[in-house]
Design a protein around this ligand. Structure first.
Ligand SMILES: Cc1cc2nc3c(=O)[nH]c(=O)nc-3n(C[C@H](O)[C@H](O)[C@H](O)COP(=O)(O)OP(=O)(O)OC[C@H]3O[C@@H](n4cnc5c(N)ncnc54)[C@H](O)[C@@H]3O)c2cc1C
Length: 402
Protein backbone atom coordinates (compact mmCIF):
# COMPACT_ATOMS: atom_id res chain seq x y z
CA UNK A 1 0.00 0.00 0.00
CA UNK A 2 1.20 3.52 -0.80
CA UNK A 3 2.26 5.59 2.24
CA UNK A 4 0.69 9.00 2.92
CA UNK A 5 2.45 11.71 0.90
CA UNK A 6 2.12 14.28 3.68
CA UNK A 7 1.85 13.75 7.41
CA UNK A 8 1.91 15.56 10.74
CA UNK A 9 4.58 14.48 13.25
CA UNK A 10 2.66 14.30 16.58
CA UNK A 11 5.77 14.66 18.74
CA UNK A 12 6.64 17.98 17.07
CA UNK A 13 3.20 19.53 16.46
CA UNK A 14 2.14 22.02 19.16
CA UNK A 15 -1.29 22.83 17.68
CA UNK A 16 -0.34 26.47 16.92
CA UNK A 17 -2.62 26.61 13.81
CA UNK A 18 -0.03 28.39 11.62
CA UNK A 19 -0.54 25.63 9.06
CA UNK A 20 -4.32 26.12 9.17
CA UNK A 21 -3.87 29.78 8.23
CA UNK A 22 -1.32 28.96 5.54
CA UNK A 23 -3.36 26.27 3.79
CA UNK A 24 -5.16 27.83 0.78
CA UNK A 25 -7.43 24.79 0.45
CA UNK A 26 -8.90 24.58 3.95
CA UNK A 27 -7.41 21.09 4.25
CA UNK A 28 -6.09 21.34 7.83
CA UNK A 29 -7.88 21.36 11.16
CA UNK A 30 -6.40 21.33 14.66
CA UNK A 31 -8.06 19.04 17.16
CA UNK A 32 -6.71 18.39 20.66
CA UNK A 33 -3.62 20.48 19.83
CA UNK A 34 -2.74 18.29 16.86
CA UNK A 35 -3.02 19.25 13.18
CA UNK A 36 -4.85 16.84 10.88
CA UNK A 37 -4.65 17.03 7.09
CA UNK A 38 -7.61 16.11 4.89
CA UNK A 39 -5.94 14.38 1.93
CA UNK A 40 -9.11 14.78 -0.12
CA UNK A 41 -8.60 18.55 -0.10
CA UNK A 42 -4.79 18.73 0.10
CA UNK A 43 -3.01 19.44 -3.19
CA UNK A 44 0.48 18.95 -1.73
CA UNK A 45 1.32 22.58 -2.47
CA UNK A 46 3.69 22.63 0.53
CA UNK A 47 2.44 25.94 2.00
CA UNK A 48 1.90 24.31 5.40
CA UNK A 49 5.36 22.75 5.42
CA UNK A 50 6.89 26.20 4.88
CA UNK A 51 4.64 27.87 7.46
CA UNK A 52 5.33 25.37 10.26
CA UNK A 53 7.97 26.69 12.64
CA UNK A 54 8.36 23.34 14.35
CA UNK A 55 9.15 21.13 11.32
CA UNK A 56 6.10 19.15 12.30
CA UNK A 57 4.79 18.51 8.78
CA UNK A 58 6.61 16.10 6.54
CA UNK A 59 6.03 15.83 2.83
CA UNK A 60 7.49 12.84 1.04
CA UNK A 61 8.88 13.34 -2.43
CA UNK A 62 7.40 10.76 -4.75
CA UNK A 63 10.04 8.34 -5.94
CA UNK A 64 10.54 8.06 -9.69
CA UNK A 65 8.75 5.07 -11.15
CA UNK A 66 10.74 1.91 -11.80
CA UNK A 67 10.77 0.16 -15.18
CA UNK A 68 8.28 -2.37 -13.81
CA UNK A 69 5.94 0.41 -12.64
CA UNK A 70 6.15 2.07 -16.03
CA UNK A 71 5.37 -1.17 -17.87
CA UNK A 72 2.10 -1.39 -15.94
CA UNK A 73 0.83 1.81 -17.60
CA UNK A 74 -0.96 1.13 -20.90
CA UNK A 75 -2.92 3.04 -23.51
CA UNK A 76 -3.23 6.58 -24.75
CA UNK A 77 -6.06 8.59 -23.23
CA UNK A 78 -7.70 11.65 -24.70
CA UNK A 79 -9.88 13.84 -22.51
CA UNK A 80 -13.06 14.37 -24.53
CA UNK A 81 -13.98 17.99 -23.92
CA UNK A 82 -17.71 18.59 -24.27
CA UNK A 83 -19.73 21.73 -23.81
CA UNK A 84 -23.52 21.44 -23.60
CA UNK A 85 -23.33 17.88 -24.96
CA UNK A 86 -21.21 18.83 -27.98
CA UNK A 87 -17.74 17.33 -28.28
CA UNK A 88 -15.28 20.16 -28.98
CA UNK A 89 -13.21 19.93 -32.16
CA UNK A 90 -9.91 19.96 -30.22
CA UNK A 91 -10.88 16.44 -29.03
CA UNK A 92 -10.96 15.21 -32.62
CA UNK A 93 -7.52 16.71 -33.18
CA UNK A 94 -6.24 14.88 -30.09
CA UNK A 95 -7.79 11.63 -31.30
CA UNK A 96 -6.04 12.09 -34.67
CA UNK A 97 -2.68 12.61 -32.96
CA UNK A 98 -3.40 10.06 -30.23
CA UNK A 99 -3.94 7.39 -32.89
CA UNK A 100 -0.37 7.88 -34.15
CA UNK A 101 1.01 7.65 -30.61
CA UNK A 102 -1.07 4.58 -29.76
CA UNK A 103 -0.03 2.80 -32.97
CA UNK A 104 3.65 3.60 -32.32
CA UNK A 105 3.32 2.11 -28.83
CA UNK A 106 1.03 -0.75 -29.97
CA UNK A 107 -1.50 0.37 -27.40
CA UNK A 108 -5.18 1.29 -27.47
CA UNK A 109 -6.52 4.76 -28.04
CA UNK A 110 -9.09 5.64 -25.39
CA UNK A 111 -11.34 8.64 -24.82
CA UNK A 112 -12.43 9.78 -21.37
CA UNK A 113 -15.80 11.43 -21.39
CA UNK A 114 -17.48 13.14 -18.44
CA UNK A 115 -20.99 14.47 -18.86
CA UNK A 116 -24.66 13.60 -18.72
CA UNK A 117 -26.68 11.71 -21.35
CA UNK A 118 -23.44 10.78 -23.05
CA UNK A 119 -24.58 7.98 -25.42
CA UNK A 120 -24.51 10.05 -28.61
CA UNK A 121 -21.13 11.49 -27.72
CA UNK A 122 -19.71 8.01 -26.99
CA UNK A 123 -20.76 6.92 -30.51
CA UNK A 124 -19.11 9.98 -32.01
CA UNK A 125 -15.85 9.23 -30.18
CA UNK A 126 -15.78 5.69 -31.59
CA UNK A 127 -16.35 7.09 -35.08
CA UNK A 128 -13.39 9.42 -34.55
CA UNK A 129 -11.07 6.55 -33.71
CA UNK A 130 -11.38 5.74 -29.97
CA UNK A 131 -11.02 1.99 -29.30
CA UNK A 132 -12.41 2.37 -25.77
CA UNK A 133 -14.49 5.14 -24.25
CA UNK A 134 -14.47 5.47 -20.46
CA UNK A 135 -17.68 7.37 -19.74
CA UNK A 136 -18.70 8.93 -16.44
CA UNK A 137 -22.35 9.80 -16.93
CA UNK A 138 -23.90 11.76 -14.06
CA UNK A 139 -26.06 14.90 -13.80
CA UNK A 140 -23.35 16.43 -11.58
CA UNK A 141 -20.91 16.15 -14.50
CA UNK A 142 -23.19 17.71 -17.13
CA UNK A 143 -20.90 20.73 -17.40
CA UNK A 144 -17.26 21.29 -16.53
CA UNK A 145 -16.38 22.01 -12.93
CA UNK A 146 -12.79 21.84 -11.73
CA UNK A 147 -13.19 19.86 -8.54
CA UNK A 148 -15.38 16.91 -9.55
CA UNK A 149 -13.85 16.60 -13.03
CA UNK A 150 -10.31 16.53 -11.61
CA UNK A 151 -11.28 14.12 -8.82
CA UNK A 152 -13.07 11.71 -11.17
CA UNK A 153 -10.30 11.66 -13.77
CA UNK A 154 -7.53 11.30 -11.16
CA UNK A 155 -9.39 8.35 -9.66
CA UNK A 156 -9.86 6.75 -13.09
CA UNK A 157 -6.16 7.22 -13.85
CA UNK A 158 -5.18 5.58 -10.56
CA UNK A 159 -7.41 2.60 -11.36
CA UNK A 160 -6.80 2.14 -15.10
CA UNK A 161 -3.18 3.40 -15.34
CA UNK A 162 -2.94 5.03 -18.75
CA UNK A 163 0.52 5.62 -20.21
CA UNK A 164 -0.36 8.97 -21.79
CA UNK A 165 -3.14 11.48 -21.03
CA UNK A 166 -3.82 14.33 -23.47
CA UNK A 167 -6.07 17.36 -22.97
CA UNK A 168 -6.69 20.33 -25.25
CA UNK A 169 -4.83 23.47 -24.19
CA UNK A 170 -8.21 25.18 -23.90
CA UNK A 171 -9.50 27.07 -20.87
CA UNK A 172 -11.03 23.81 -19.61
CA UNK A 173 -8.10 21.56 -20.55
CA UNK A 174 -5.49 23.84 -19.01
CA UNK A 175 -7.35 24.06 -15.73
CA UNK A 176 -8.16 20.35 -15.61
CA UNK A 177 -4.77 19.02 -16.77
CA UNK A 178 -2.83 20.86 -14.08
CA UNK A 179 -5.16 19.73 -11.28
CA UNK A 180 -5.14 16.11 -12.38
CA UNK A 181 -1.34 16.07 -12.80
CA UNK A 182 -0.87 17.30 -9.22
CA UNK A 183 -3.27 14.67 -7.89
CA UNK A 184 -1.60 11.75 -9.67
CA UNK A 185 1.97 13.10 -9.28
CA UNK A 186 2.53 13.18 -13.02
CA UNK A 187 4.62 15.52 -15.12
CA UNK A 188 2.60 17.83 -17.35
CA UNK A 189 3.87 19.61 -20.45
CA UNK A 190 1.55 22.50 -21.24
CA UNK A 191 0.74 23.93 -24.64
CA UNK A 192 2.41 21.33 -26.84
CA UNK A 193 2.55 21.86 -30.59
CA UNK A 194 4.12 18.50 -31.46
CA UNK A 195 4.00 14.97 -30.01
CA UNK A 196 5.90 11.84 -30.97
CA UNK A 197 7.17 8.60 -29.46
CA UNK A 198 10.88 7.97 -28.95
CA UNK A 199 11.28 4.57 -30.66
CA UNK A 200 14.07 3.53 -28.27
CA UNK A 201 12.57 4.38 -24.89
CA UNK A 202 8.86 4.59 -25.65
CA UNK A 203 8.75 7.98 -23.92
CA UNK A 204 6.50 10.64 -25.37
CA UNK A 205 8.45 13.54 -26.91
CA UNK A 206 6.49 16.68 -26.09
CA UNK A 207 7.45 19.71 -28.13
CA UNK A 208 6.40 23.27 -27.31
CA UNK A 209 7.67 26.78 -27.95
CA UNK A 210 9.85 28.14 -25.14
CA UNK A 211 11.49 31.47 -24.33
CA UNK A 212 8.89 33.53 -26.17
CA UNK A 213 8.81 31.20 -29.14
CA UNK A 214 12.53 31.64 -29.83
CA UNK A 215 13.26 27.93 -29.43
CA UNK A 216 11.24 24.75 -29.62
CA UNK A 217 11.82 22.63 -26.52
CA UNK A 218 11.24 18.88 -26.52
CA UNK A 219 10.35 17.65 -23.07
CA UNK A 220 10.17 14.10 -21.69
CA UNK A 221 8.82 12.80 -18.40
CA UNK A 222 10.67 9.49 -18.19
CA UNK A 223 10.31 8.90 -14.45
CA UNK A 224 6.56 9.41 -14.09
CA UNK A 225 3.39 7.90 -15.46
CA UNK A 226 1.08 8.88 -16.94
CA UNK A 227 2.83 11.30 -19.27
CA UNK A 228 0.47 14.24 -19.45
CA UNK A 229 0.29 17.04 -22.00
CA UNK A 230 -2.06 19.79 -23.01
CA UNK A 231 -2.04 20.37 -26.76
CA UNK A 232 -2.74 23.57 -28.66
CA UNK A 233 -5.95 23.79 -30.64
CA UNK A 234 -5.72 23.94 -34.45
CA UNK A 235 -2.15 22.67 -34.62
CA UNK A 236 -2.97 19.03 -35.35
CA UNK A 237 -5.29 17.49 -37.92
CA UNK A 238 -8.68 16.15 -36.82
CA UNK A 239 -9.29 12.39 -36.96
CA UNK A 240 -11.51 11.70 -39.96
CA UNK A 241 -14.84 10.18 -38.90
CA UNK A 242 -15.61 6.60 -39.90
CA UNK A 243 -19.44 6.38 -39.70
CA UNK A 244 -20.66 3.26 -37.91
CA UNK A 245 -17.27 2.44 -36.31
CA UNK A 246 -17.75 1.11 -32.76
CA UNK A 247 -15.61 0.13 -29.79
CA UNK A 248 -15.72 -0.80 -26.11
CA UNK A 249 -17.74 1.47 -23.85
CA UNK A 250 -16.88 1.35 -20.14
CA UNK A 251 -19.47 3.05 -17.96
CA UNK A 252 -17.64 4.18 -14.82
CA UNK A 253 -19.18 3.69 -11.36
CA UNK A 254 -18.30 6.71 -9.25
CA UNK A 255 -18.16 7.14 -5.50
CA UNK A 256 -20.39 10.04 -4.38
CA UNK A 257 -17.54 11.95 -2.73
CA UNK A 258 -15.79 12.34 -6.09
CA UNK A 259 -18.68 14.48 -7.29
CA UNK A 260 -18.53 17.01 -4.47
CA UNK A 261 -17.85 20.61 -5.47
CA UNK A 262 -17.51 23.81 -3.50
CA UNK A 263 -18.67 25.72 -6.57
CA UNK A 264 -22.25 25.91 -7.81
CA UNK A 265 -23.08 27.17 -11.28
CA UNK A 266 -25.90 29.72 -11.05
CA UNK A 267 -26.07 30.59 -14.72
CA UNK A 268 -23.93 30.76 -17.81
CA UNK A 269 -23.58 33.99 -19.75
CA UNK A 270 -21.87 33.55 -23.09
CA UNK A 271 -19.83 36.33 -24.62
CA UNK A 272 -21.92 38.26 -27.14
CA UNK A 273 -20.00 38.37 -30.39
CA UNK A 274 -21.30 39.13 -33.84
CA UNK A 275 -18.19 37.88 -35.60
CA UNK A 276 -16.76 34.35 -35.80
CA UNK A 277 -14.79 32.64 -33.03
CA UNK A 278 -11.12 33.06 -34.01
CA UNK A 279 -10.28 29.47 -33.15
CA UNK A 280 -12.57 28.33 -35.98
CA UNK A 281 -12.34 31.25 -38.46
CA UNK A 282 -10.73 30.92 -41.91
CA UNK A 283 -10.11 34.67 -42.03
CA UNK A 284 -9.07 36.78 -39.03
CA UNK A 285 -8.91 40.58 -38.89
CA UNK A 286 -6.74 41.43 -35.92
CA UNK A 287 -6.10 44.77 -34.21
CA UNK A 288 -3.38 46.09 -31.93
CA UNK A 289 -2.33 49.21 -30.08
CA UNK A 290 -2.40 51.07 -33.39
CA UNK A 291 -6.21 51.17 -33.09
CA UNK A 292 -5.73 53.71 -30.30
CA UNK A 293 -9.10 53.26 -28.55
CA UNK A 294 -11.64 50.49 -27.84
CA UNK A 295 -14.37 52.00 -30.02
CA UNK A 296 -12.07 51.73 -33.04
CA UNK A 297 -12.46 47.93 -32.97
CA UNK A 298 -15.81 48.71 -34.67
CA UNK A 299 -13.75 49.38 -37.82
CA UNK A 300 -12.35 45.85 -37.66
CA UNK A 301 -15.74 44.32 -36.90
CA UNK A 302 -17.15 46.04 -39.98
CA UNK A 303 -14.45 44.50 -42.20
CA UNK A 304 -14.76 41.12 -40.42
CA UNK A 305 -18.52 41.00 -40.98
CA UNK A 306 -18.10 41.65 -44.70
CA UNK A 307 -15.46 38.92 -44.97
CA UNK A 308 -17.19 36.44 -42.63
CA UNK A 309 -14.07 36.69 -40.48
CA UNK A 310 -13.23 36.57 -36.78
CA UNK A 311 -11.74 39.50 -34.86
CA UNK A 312 -8.40 38.93 -33.17
CA UNK A 313 -6.15 41.21 -31.20
CA UNK A 314 -2.70 41.69 -29.78
CA UNK A 315 -2.11 41.44 -26.06
CA UNK A 316 -1.54 45.19 -25.88
CA UNK A 317 -5.17 45.76 -26.91
CA UNK A 318 -6.41 43.17 -24.41
CA UNK A 319 -4.28 44.57 -21.59
CA UNK A 320 -5.65 48.05 -22.35
CA UNK A 321 -9.17 46.63 -21.84
CA UNK A 322 -10.21 47.35 -25.44
CA UNK A 323 -11.32 43.79 -26.23
CA UNK A 324 -11.87 40.54 -24.30
CA UNK A 325 -9.03 38.08 -23.69
CA UNK A 326 -10.79 35.42 -25.79
CA UNK A 327 -9.68 37.42 -28.86
CA UNK A 328 -5.99 37.51 -27.97
CA UNK A 329 -3.64 35.85 -30.43
CA UNK A 330 -0.15 34.84 -29.40
CA UNK A 331 2.00 33.08 -26.91
CA UNK A 332 -0.30 33.74 -23.98
CA UNK A 333 -3.45 33.85 -26.10
CA UNK A 334 -4.76 31.58 -28.86
CA UNK A 335 -2.79 29.94 -31.64
CA UNK A 336 -4.63 30.42 -34.89
CA UNK A 337 -4.03 29.04 -38.33
CA UNK A 338 -6.45 30.80 -40.69
CA UNK A 339 -6.20 31.02 -44.48
CA UNK A 340 -5.85 34.83 -44.21
CA UNK A 341 -4.64 36.84 -41.18
CA UNK A 342 -4.95 40.62 -41.49
CA UNK A 343 -2.86 42.39 -38.81
CA UNK A 344 -3.89 46.03 -38.34
CA UNK A 345 -1.76 48.31 -36.19
CA UNK A 346 0.16 45.35 -34.75
CA UNK A 347 3.95 45.70 -34.62
CA UNK A 348 4.66 41.94 -34.83
CA UNK A 349 6.52 41.15 -31.63
CA UNK A 350 7.71 37.57 -31.27
CA UNK A 351 5.00 36.73 -28.71
CA UNK A 352 2.30 37.75 -31.17
CA UNK A 353 3.92 35.96 -34.10
CA UNK A 354 4.03 32.76 -31.99
CA UNK A 355 0.23 32.60 -32.29
CA UNK A 356 -0.31 33.37 -35.98
CA UNK A 357 2.89 32.65 -37.91
CA UNK A 358 1.46 29.51 -39.52
CA UNK A 359 -1.41 31.42 -41.20
CA UNK A 360 -1.44 30.73 -44.96
CA UNK A 361 -1.49 34.41 -45.99
CA UNK A 362 -0.54 37.29 -43.70
CA UNK A 363 -1.56 40.84 -44.61
CA UNK A 364 0.00 43.61 -42.49
CA UNK A 365 -1.32 47.16 -42.28
CA UNK A 366 1.04 49.45 -40.40
CA UNK A 367 2.17 53.04 -40.76
CA UNK A 368 5.76 52.15 -39.78
CA UNK A 369 7.59 50.63 -42.77
CA UNK A 370 10.14 49.10 -40.38
CA UNK A 371 7.58 47.29 -38.22
CA UNK A 372 8.73 43.66 -37.71
CA UNK A 373 5.36 42.33 -38.89
CA UNK A 374 6.39 43.16 -42.47
CA UNK A 375 9.18 40.55 -42.29
CA UNK A 376 6.52 37.89 -41.78
CA UNK A 377 3.81 39.35 -44.06
CA UNK A 378 2.86 37.98 -47.45
CA UNK A 379 1.42 41.39 -48.36
CA UNK A 380 2.26 44.66 -46.60
CA UNK A 381 0.30 47.91 -46.71
CA UNK A 382 2.32 50.82 -45.30
CA UNK A 383 -0.11 53.50 -44.23
CA UNK A 384 -2.74 54.70 -41.78
CA UNK A 385 -5.16 51.94 -40.87
CA UNK A 386 -7.93 54.49 -40.31
CA UNK A 387 -7.77 55.32 -44.03
CA UNK A 388 -7.00 51.84 -45.36
CA UNK A 389 -9.60 49.73 -43.50
CA UNK A 390 -12.68 51.74 -44.59
CA UNK A 391 -11.49 51.50 -48.22
CA UNK A 392 -10.92 47.73 -47.91
CA UNK A 393 -14.34 47.28 -46.30
CA UNK A 394 -16.06 49.24 -49.07
CA UNK A 395 -14.22 47.43 -51.86
CA UNK A 396 -14.86 43.96 -50.41
CA UNK A 397 -18.53 44.86 -49.98
CA UNK A 398 -18.76 45.70 -53.68
CA UNK A 399 -16.75 42.67 -54.72
CA UNK A 400 -18.76 40.24 -52.60
CA UNK A 401 -22.08 41.91 -53.49
CA UNK A 402 -22.95 42.72 -49.85
C1 LIG B 1 5.55 36.67 -21.56
C2 LIG B 1 4.87 37.53 -22.61
C3 LIG B 1 3.80 37.00 -23.28
C4 LIG B 1 3.17 37.78 -24.28
N1 LIG B 1 2.11 37.24 -24.96
C5 LIG B 1 1.57 37.94 -25.97
C6 LIG B 1 0.52 37.40 -26.77
O1 LIG B 1 0.01 36.29 -26.52
N2 LIG B 1 0.05 38.13 -27.79
C7 LIG B 1 0.53 39.38 -28.09
O2 LIG B 1 0.04 40.00 -29.04
N3 LIG B 1 1.49 39.93 -27.34
C8 LIG B 1 2.02 39.26 -26.30
N4 LIG B 1 2.98 39.84 -25.54
C9 LIG B 1 3.27 41.28 -25.72
C10 LIG B 1 4.17 41.58 -26.92
O3 LIG B 1 5.52 41.53 -26.50
C11 LIG B 1 3.90 42.99 -27.45
O4 LIG B 1 4.01 43.93 -26.40
C12 LIG B 1 2.50 43.14 -28.06
O5 LIG B 1 2.26 42.12 -29.00
C13 LIG B 1 2.43 44.50 -28.76
O6 LIG B 1 1.13 44.70 -29.23
P1 LIG B 1 0.89 45.66 -30.47
O7 LIG B 1 1.64 45.15 -31.63
O8 LIG B 1 -0.58 45.84 -30.58
O9 LIG B 1 1.46 47.06 -29.93
P2 LIG B 1 2.75 47.87 -30.38
O10 LIG B 1 3.96 47.04 -30.32
O11 LIG B 1 2.71 49.12 -29.60
O12 LIG B 1 2.49 48.17 -31.91
C14 LIG B 1 1.51 49.05 -32.38
C15 LIG B 1 1.74 49.19 -33.88
O13 LIG B 1 0.71 49.97 -34.43
C16 LIG B 1 1.26 50.78 -35.45
N5 LIG B 1 0.35 51.91 -35.64
C17 LIG B 1 0.06 52.92 -34.78
N6 LIG B 1 -0.86 53.73 -35.30
C18 LIG B 1 -1.17 53.26 -36.53
C19 LIG B 1 -2.06 53.66 -37.56
N7 LIG B 1 -2.84 54.74 -37.41
N8 LIG B 1 -2.10 52.93 -38.68
C20 LIG B 1 -1.32 51.85 -38.85
N9 LIG B 1 -0.47 51.40 -37.90
C21 LIG B 1 -0.39 52.09 -36.74
C22 LIG B 1 2.61 51.16 -34.93
O14 LIG B 1 3.48 51.52 -35.99
C23 LIG B 1 3.05 49.89 -34.22
O15 LIG B 1 3.82 49.06 -35.09
C24 LIG B 1 3.61 39.09 -24.55
C25 LIG B 1 4.70 39.59 -23.84
C26 LIG B 1 5.32 38.83 -22.88
C27 LIG B 1 6.50 39.41 -22.15
Amino acid sequence: MESTPISVLPDKCVGCKLCVKACPFGAIVVENKLAAIDLGKCTLCGACVEACKFDAIEMKKKEAATAADIAAYKDVWVFAEQIDGRIQSVTFELLGEGRKLADALKMNLCAVLLGHNTQGMVRELFERGADTVYAADRPELAYFQDEPYAAVIAEMITRHRPNIVLCGATTIGRSLGARVAVKVHAGLTADCTGLAIDPETGNMLQTRPAFGGNIMATIITPGRRPQMATVRHKVMKEAIPAPGRTGRAVMEQLAAELLASRVRRRSFVSEVETTKNIAEANIIVSGGRGLQAPENFALLRGLAEVLGAGVGSSRAAVDAGWIAYSHQVGQTGKTVCPKIYIACGISGQIQHLAGMASSDIIVAINKDPDAPIFKMATYGLVGDLFKIIPILTMEFKKLLGK
